[in-house]
Each structure stands twice: as structure tokens, then as C-alpha cells.
Design a binder for this molecule. Structure first.
Ligand SMILES: Cc1ncc(COP(=O)(O)O)c(C=O)c1O
Length: 450
């Protein structure tokens, strides 16, 4: 295969001539297909990317749920540059720097007050694995070391490290490597045919949370460490929790001493209209994982927010002077990430972006659900500034979704698809007109889909 693609020198952001493509192995991408027909970006500003020919591509997915404040924010660029020149790197073990504490305090201020201890990592996957280890460490500290099982959910996505892969409920992500970490059981997902085209939280399905109670009966609560759920299951296609479902999970966890972990890597930082899904849905978990929008996507960074009582228990179980939690990353609380996070949080506050997401949501959902009558569309879901459109599958699941996503790009719209579902998650700074444009391109492209 010829992997050298001719890119116009003017648009290739610094490179000229044929671009050698054989060396990079792209993640979660059909590499051979991509390299035969690359879909790349050369720049981004506001809510638009530009493709390699300089044509604008509207960003209907905040990149990958990461850039609610829009692209190319000079405040973050300045903060990052200043930080690199002032203090580019600090070892994260036995050393730290003031911005790490400032970032932690600012994040804690956005969270439910009980979740006021923050452990930093660099990716959502790392945050998930960190939360799994914290759950194990907590139960061991309480002398309940038999609690080693985890409960997750069909259609869940919790990243790709071994812990998160085991939690995953997406078969393609699991089938090759999912069985390496054992002791994970999956509840049913919350998509129900009777809830199709429900705007916001569907009314049926709270009883699906009783799957957790059933696992307590089958395995014994004394063996279960934690239950992981995304408040809205994002990557699989925005499955909104039925009314009462998260509350029921909370009740069962509390009754049986199981930790409830919300993976808010997508929901966090305003996507649901409040800072976190925990607040939008009025349910407080024991830990929250977060990443992506933490720095408006500009620099990799993630965190786990931990209930004070869990932190205290782990601290007190260790002899004075000992390391309390044998875990961490070279890039935990990296000074440049912290500077980017502080700057992003300042933007969110100064522009009141979470409230903007909340105000814009009804318009966004109304426009998205206008696609309901389209013969290609089999379901639409949405909450806050996240929605999803299921299209009719072809003979091979996912094939039409993949084609759909390519055709959308050619028509000037960037979206993520999973299987035969297109996920829409606009930057919060998008105008009504731009939301109209997203929906118009979706509608036109659906009409020509083969
Ligand atoms: C809910 C959830 N958890 C974890 C992850 C993994 O994050 P990362 O790709 O940064 O490792 C993602 C990524 O989309 C996610 O949506």
C-alpha cells in the first residue's frame, strides 16, 4: 500500500510535500482505510476545524467531548507557555508545586462538597484504573479485603487500560483482552425500546438498577468493592439514565457498603448543564472520575475525586510516615496540565459556560429531535448538551455508521460515531445558528446515505 499522501503545502501546517504515513498506528481507527483516504485537520478556531484543504469543518462533538469552550483559546495557550518557561516539569513523587494544590482546590469547589480529595492522572483510562485501586485500598483499610469484585454495565466505556477494559461493556473492546482482569460482572444497559425518542430522562427502566441487588445475592456484598457507571453512558451513544435509576443504584450501594463510582470523563465540566452529572441527576457517588474538558482538551489531564471519608480511612490505615497509597504517574499533576486546567476553569467561570450549556440545551435538543421523522433514524436520545442519533444498520453492524461519519466530514461536520450511532456534543459556545447548521448537515447527509 502506498502510504505517502500528497498534501497541499499551504495547508499542511508546516510540512510540505508528500506526508509519510506508514509509521503512525492510529488508535480505534481502520488504519488502512484512513491512510487510503485520510481525514485530517490542519487547524481549529472557535467551533470550527479546518481540513487539509483549508475548508471549515464544524465541530459537532467538541473534538472528542473535550473542548466546551471552543478551540484555540489564547488564555490557555498563554498559561501553558508561561508555565513551561517558569516550571516545565516537577517530579510527582516526593515533590509538588503550588499549582497542583490550586487546581485541586478549584476542582473540589465544583464538586459535591463530600468529594473533596483529588488524585491526578493524565487520561480518563488512568483515572478509572486509579479509582479501582482506591476502592480496593479503601476496603482493605477497613479490613474488608474480600471486596475485590467490580460491577459495571453492558455498553459501558471506561477507557482502555486493563481495569477499564474489564469494566467495559462494549464487546469489541473486550473480546481480545477483556478477560485478563477477572471478577467484573455487568448489569444490563439502560436502553429500552419503549423509551425510544424520549427527550431527557426516560421514564421506564429504574428497576434495571436491581441487577446490582441481584449480584449482591449471587456473590455476596462482602465480595463487591464498587459499582462503576457513567451517569450518561456516552461513548456507546448517550444512554440517558431512566428517572430513579441512579437513585436506586445509590440506595443499593449504601445499603451493602459498595462504593458507587461515577465515570464523568464525558459528563464532567458542564456537559449535563451542571458542573457534574452527579449534580444534574441529584445523586452523590463516592468517587468521580474526570478528564477531557478539565483542560478544555488542550493538555492531557485527568483526576479522581474522592469522598473525604475514603481518603481519611486510607490515610489512617497506614503507619505515620509511610506512603499511604502505592500508586501514581510521572505526569500526575504535571505543572503544565495544572496551568491549563486552572485557565480552563477560569474561562468556564468567567463565561458562565455551564449555565450557558443549561440554557442552550432545550434548543439543542429540540433541533436534534427534529430529525425524528427521518426514515433512516431509529432512535434519538439527548440530555444537556449531549445527544445521539441511531440510524438503520446495514448487514454488518457499524458499517453504515462509519460511512455516515465520513460523509458528514465531507459535508463539513465532525461527529463521533459508535456502531450505527452518531453522537452529538457541541461546544457550549456554539450559537443557535451553528446548532441549526449541525442539524442541517445531519439531515442532508441522512438523505443521501446509502
Ligand atoms: C466515560 C469514559 N471513561 C473513560 C474514558 C477514557 O478516557 P481516555 O481516552 O482519556 O483514556 C472515556 C473516553 O472517552 C470515557 O468516555
Amino acid at each position: 500500500m502506498n502510504a505517502a499522501v500528497e498534501i497541499s503545502p499551504a495547508s499542511a501546517a508546516g510540512s510540505s510535500g508528500p506526508l509519510e504515513m506508514q509509521h503512525q498506528w492510529l488508535p480505534f481507527t481502520p488504519n488502512r482505510d484512513f491512510k487510503a483516504d485520510p481525514k485530517m485537520f490542519s487547524s481549529a478556531h472557535g467551533v470550527y476545524y479546518r481540513d487539509m484543504a483549508g475548508k471549515p469543518v464544524l465541530d459537532g462533538c467538541s473534538g472528542l467531548f473535550s473542548t466546551p469552550a471552543g478551540h484555540g483559546r489564547t488564555e490557555i495557550a498563554d498559561a501553558v507557555r508561561d508555565q513551561i518557561l517558569a516550571l516545565d516539569f516537577t517530579p510527582s513523587f516526593f515533590r509538588s508545586h503550588p499549582k497542583s494544590f490550586e487546581a485541586a482546590s478549584r476542582i473540589a469547589a465544583l464538586l459535591p462538597p463530600q468529594l473533596n480529595r483529588i488524585f491526578f492522572a493524565s487520561s480518563g483510562s488512568e483515572a478509572v484504573d486509579t479509582a479501582m485501586k482506591l476502592a480496593l485500598a479503601y476496603h482493605r483499610a477497613r479490613k474488608e479485603a474480600s471486596r475485590t469484585m467490580f460491577v459495571s454495565r453492558d455498553r459501558a466505556y471506561h477507557g482502555v487500560n486493563f481495569g477499564g477494559t474489564a469494566l467495559s461493556g462494549l464487546v469489541n473492546n473486550r473480546r481480545v483482552f477483556g478477560s485478563t482482569v477477572t471478577g467484573v460482572v455487568h448489569m444490563r444497559h439502560t436502553w429500552l425500546a419503549e423509551n425510544r425518542f424520549a427527550v431527557g430522562q426516560p421514564v421506564s427502566g429504574a428497576e434495571l438498577a436491581d441487577d446490582l441487588a441481584r449480584y449482591v445475592q449471587v456473590y455476596g456484598a462482602e465480595n463487591i468493592a464498587a459499582c462503576f457507571v457513567e451517569p450518561i453512558a456516552g461513548s456507546t451513544g448517550a444512554l440517558i439514565p431512566p428517572v430513579g435509576y441512579l437513585e436506586r443504584l445509590r440506595e443499593i450501594c449504601t445499603k451493602h457498603g459498595i462504593l458507587l463510582v461515577f465515570d464523568e470523563v464525558i459528563c464532567g465540566f458542564g456537559r449535563t448543564g451542571e458542573a457534574f452529572g452527579a449534580q444534574s441527576f441529584g445523586v452523590t457517588p463516592d468517587m468521580i472520575t474526570m478528564a477531557k474538558a478539565m483542560t478544555n482538551g488542550a493538555i492531557p489531564m485527568s483526576a479522581v475525586a474522592i469522598r473525604e471519608e475514603i481518603h481519611q480511612t486510607i490515610m489512617e490505615a497506614a503507619p505515620a510516615g509511610d506512603i499511604e497509597f502505592f500508586h501514581g504517574y510521572t505526569y500526575s499533576a504535571h505543572p503544565v496540565s495544572c496551568a491549563a486546567a486552572i485557565s480552563a476553569l477560569e474561562i468556564y467561570a468567567a463565561e458562565d459556560l455551564f449555565a450557558r450549556a443549561r440554557r442552550m440545551s432545550p434548543y439543542f435538543l429540540e433541533r436534534l429531535f427534529s430529525l425524528a421523522g427521518h426514515p433512516e433514524v431509529t432512535d434519538i436520545r439527548g440530555f444537556g448538551m449531549m445527544g445521539a442519533v441511531d440510524i438503520k444498520p446495514g448487514t454488518k453492524p457499524g458499517q453504515r455508521g462509519y460511512q455516515f461519519q465520513k460523509r458528514l466530514f465531507e459535508r463539513g461536520l465532525h461527529l463521533k460515531t459508535t456502531g450505527d450511532c452518531a453522537i452529538v456534543a457541541p461546544p457550549f459556545v456554539m450559537s443557535r445558528q451553528q446548532i441549526d447548521e449541525v442539524v442541517a448537515i445531519l439531515s442532508e447527509t441522512l438523505s443521501v446515505l446509502e
